[in-house]
Ligand binder design. Structure first.
Ligand code: F3S
Length: 292
C-alpha cells in the first residue's frame, strides 16, 4: 500500500504564526488567554491548554493579563473592550484577514456598499463586517447576491477561505445589476493551494483521508471537494478515528489536512495507516491449519 501525504497538508502561515505567538507569550507567563479557541482543532486546543493557552469567550477584568487575538481577527469594538479591561493584546490576526478588514473599512468610508462573500456566522466574517462599521452585507452565494437591491457602487471582498468559483459567481451576479462593481479577491492562497492539491490527490488515489477538526470550515470544504471526485473520502480528527475496514483492497491512500491541523496529528494518522497495512499483511500471511 502506498501512502501519499499532500505537500501542503496542515498549518497555514496565519495559524502557525498565531500558535507561535501564543507559545512565545507563555515563555514568561504561566497562563495567557485566547479570545475563543486559537484554532478549530480540538486536539491542538487541548495541547495548548496544557501549555498555558486558555481559550475564553467572555472577558472579565484582565489587568496585566495577555490575550491573543486569533488568526480570524475580531471587531474594533471587541479590541476596545479588551483594552478597556486592561489586557495586553497580542494580535495574531492573519495579515490576509487584516487586509480584508482594512478594505472593508476604507471602501465603506469611500461610499461603496461592501459585500462580503462568506459564511455569516463565521467569526472572520463577523470581524470584517465590524470593520465596515456594520455596513457591509454578507452573501453566501449567487442566489443571495441576486436578491440584493441595486447599489450605485459595490465593492466585493471574500472571506479568505471561500471557494473561488462561488466568489466569482457572486461577482458576476452583482455585475448584472448595472452599478459600479469593484472586486477585491481576498481569498487566501493557502486555501486555494490546499484545495487544488487535495482535489488532484483525490483523483490519483483509491481512498483519501482528510485530517482535521470536524468544526473546521476549511477542513470540511476540503472533504467536500475530495468527495466530489468520487474517491471514497473520510474526514478524521485523529488516528483513533480510522476504521480498518475502509482500507480493504485499497492500494493507494492519500492524506490531506486542513489549514488548522497540526503536523503531529497528520503524522499519527500516517503511522496508523502504515500499521494497518502491516496488520493486514500479517493476517494474510497466517496459513490455515492442516487438516488431519
Ligand atoms: Fe491566514 Fe490564509 Fe491561514 S488567511 S489564517 S494564511 S488560511
Amino acid at each position: 500500500m502506498e501512502v501519499i501525504v499532500a505537500q501542503h497538508a496542515g498549518f497555514c502561515f496565519g495559524v502557525k504564526r498565531a500558535i507561535d505567538l501564543a507559545q512565545k507569550a507563555t515563555e514568561n507567563n504561566p497562563k495567557v488567554y485566547s479570545l475563543g479557541p486559537l484554532i478549530h482543532n480540538p486536539q491542538e486546543v487541548e495541547r495548548l491548554k496544557k501549555a498555558g493557552v486558555i481559550p475564553v469567550e467572555d472577558i472579565d477584568e484582565g489587568h496585566g493579563k495577555i490575550i491573543i487575538i486569533r488568526s480570524h481577527g475580531t471587531t474594533p469594538e471587541k479590541l476596545q473592550e479588551i483594552k478597556a479591561k486592561g489586557y495586553q493584546i497580542e494580535d495574531a490576526t492573519c495579515p490576509f484577514v487584516k487586509k480584508a478588514q482594512s478594505f472593508a473599512q476604507r471602501l465603506t468610508r469611500e461610499g461603496f456598499q461592501v459585500v462580503v462573500v462568506g459564511d455569516k456566522k463565521h467569526p472572520e466574517v463577523q470581524g470584517i463586517v465590524g470593520w465596515s462599521g456594520y455596513q457591509a452585507l454578507v452573501v453566501e452565494n449567487a442566489i443571495e447576491a441576486k436578491a440584493l437591491p441595486y447599489f450605485p457602487k459595490i465593492a466585493v471582498i471574500a472571506q479568505t477561505t471561500q471557494k473561488s468559483e462561488n466568489f466569482w459567481q457572486v461577482v458576476e451576479e452583482l455585475k448584472k445589476k448595472g452599478g459600479e462593481v469593484k472586486v477585491f479577491n481576498t481569498i487566501c492562497h493557502a486555501t486555494r493551494t490546499r484545495q487544488e492539491e487535495s482535489r488532484k490527490l483525490a483523483q490519483e488515489v483509491d481512498l483519501i483521508l482528510v485530517v482535521g477538526g470536524k468544526n473546521s470550515a476549511n477542513t470540511k470544504k476540503l472533504a467536500q471537494l475530495c468527495a466530489a471526485t468520487g474517491t471514497p473520502t473520510y474526514l478524521v480528527e485523529e488516528a483513533a478515528d480510522l476504521d480498518p475496514k475502509w482500507f480493504y483492497g485499497k492500494t493507494k491512500i492519500g492524506i490531506t489536512a486542513g489549514a488548522s491541523t497540526p503536523a503531529w496529528i497528520i503524522e499519527e494518522v500516517r503511522q496508523k495507516v502504515e500499521q494497518l497495512e502491516s496488520l493486514e499483511k500479517a493476517l494474510l500471511d497466517v496459513k490455515p491449519l492442516k487438516e488431519g
